[in-house]
Design a protein around this ligand. Structure first.
Ligand code: NAD
Ligand code: UD1
Length: 360
């Protein structure tokens, strides 16, 4: 199948591109590298020994996007491209609505024009808002507590209305729980810019000595050890969920929603303990105030994906931490930074094969 992956250079995108290549799909990527490096794709290509046609295009550039899609002629699109930092979305709401919502509208219009109407969308467990009705089911009422979450909610609703308006669309809304871990090669992984917002990359940076201590946001929650509990899911399991959703859509029209989680949670202290054990490094931590907007516990009801897609998460916390640590240890500063000059030389239709080479 010809699959276009938007945001394919990013954390979840790069792992998914690799699995698509390994499964024999022909993969193209559209990314503007606002939060990623072409180096991730170079490494994917070197692991898979297959090429990825890479288009340096912003989803907000309708013309360039339409050109890319016309030339790719995808059978299906997996849509990761988006901004994802909650705090930043509160400070810059319009930027988030424009990038995530307008970017998605541009993509859907360009797909429609090119006759491709199959899309797998990166939604998030954030659409369950502050729900305490656990486990969180696909039918749990949705709400949002910040602009980032509201962009996901708006896009889900927009996709529902699109599917209702035209039965040719085949749509999967995948609600991810907390993606962590990295490919077992240690060559690709999450490369947060600046101070990580999320727990696991922060703990990894403390373990490797880049930061002094983890701040544990509250130990007075009604959980076993008082710290927040989340459903961490290995990024490779998550990536596999996308391939399963694509398979499903190949034979079923309409819109479908699936949680992608493990169905059980780990606390902040569980994560710190696992990291200390596996890295054999000390991970100092301080208990501080709760982070506003955090819920005590969040974990998925993961049965629907198992029944419909035959998919379930295979990897546990140990594996997640082991793979995350390997990536962090081998790449303490993330991917090597790409200079402006090299970045500017990346044009539409650059092909990535071992290294980025212009075909002009
Ligand atoms: P990421 O930032 O690593 O990847 C997103 C990619 O999209 C990046 O490569 C970025 O450069 C690209 N991008 C952003 N805006 C773009 C635009 N306008 N045009 C072209 N490319 C653009 O993030 P990720 O962790 O891989 O997340 C992928 C998707 O999954 C996002 O939509 C995110 O909201 C969603 N999601 C992520 C998590 C998580 O914890 N990582 C959880 C739930 C949902
Ligand atoms: C966060 C986002 C959520 C997004 C999700 C994606 C917020 C408020 N929510 O959720 O919208 O969908 O990431 O993965 O940002 N913690 C600490 N110290 C830290 C960081 C986190 O104690 O330095 C705790 C948190 O209180 C929480 C747990 O660790 O209990 C996990 O936090 P995090 O990784 O940020 O994920 P979420 O809170 O689930």
């Amino acid at each position: 199948m010809r699959v276009l992956v938007t945001g394919g250079a990013g954390y979840i995108g790069s792992h998914t591109v690799l699995q698509l290549l390994e499964a024999g799909h022909q993969v193209s990527v559209v990314d503007n590298f606002i939060n990623s490096s072409p180096e991730s794709l170079r490494r994917v290509v070197s692991i898979a020994s297959k090429k990825v046609a890479t288009f340096r295009v912003d989803l907000l550039d309708r013309k360039a996007l339409a050109e890319a899609i016309t030339s790719i002629q995808p059978d299906a699109v997996i849509h990761f491209a988006g901004l994802k930092a909650v705090g930043e979305s509160v400070a810059q709401p319009l930027r988030y609505y424009k990038n995530n919502v307008t970017g998605t509208i541009n993509l859907l219009e360009a797909m429609d024009e090119a006759g491709c109407r199959t899309i797998v969308f990166s939604s998030s467990a954030t659409v369950y808002g502050e729900s305490v009705d656990l486990p969180l089911r696909e039918t749990t009422p949705r709400s949002a507590t910040n602009p980032y979450g509201r962009t996901k909610l708006h896009i889900e609703e927009m996709l529902e209305e699109l599917a209702a308006s035209d039965s040719r669309w085949r749509i999967a809304n995948l609600r991810y729980f907390n993606p962590v871990g990295a490919h077992e090669s240690g060559l690709i992984g999450e490369d947060p810019q600046g101070i990580p917002n999320n727990l696991m990359p922060f703990v990894a940076q403390v373990a490797v000595g880049k930061r002094d201590a983890v701040q544990v946001f509250g130990n007075d929650y009604p959980t076993a050890d008082g710290t927040g509990v989340r459903d961490y899911i290995h990024v490779l399991d998550l990536a596999a969920g996308h391939l399963a959703a694509l398979d499903y859509l190949a034979s079923s029209g309409g819109l479908h929603v699936w949680n992608l989680g493990t169905g059980s949670g780990s606390s902040v202290l569980d994560v710190i303990e696992a990291f200390q054990r596996i890295s054999a490094r000390l991970v100092p931590y301080d208990i501080v105030a709760r982070r506003p907007g955090d819920v005590a516990e969040s974990y998925a009801h993961a049965e629907k994906a198992r029944l419909d897609l035959g998919w379930k998460a295979e990897r546990g916390l140990e594996q997640m931490v082991e793979d995350m640590w390997r990536w962090q240890f081998k790449n303490p500063d993330g991917f090597p930074k790409v200079g402006h000059e090299e970045m500017n030389s990346l044009e539409l239709r650059d092909f990535v094969l071992g290294e980025v080479a212009s075909n002009k």
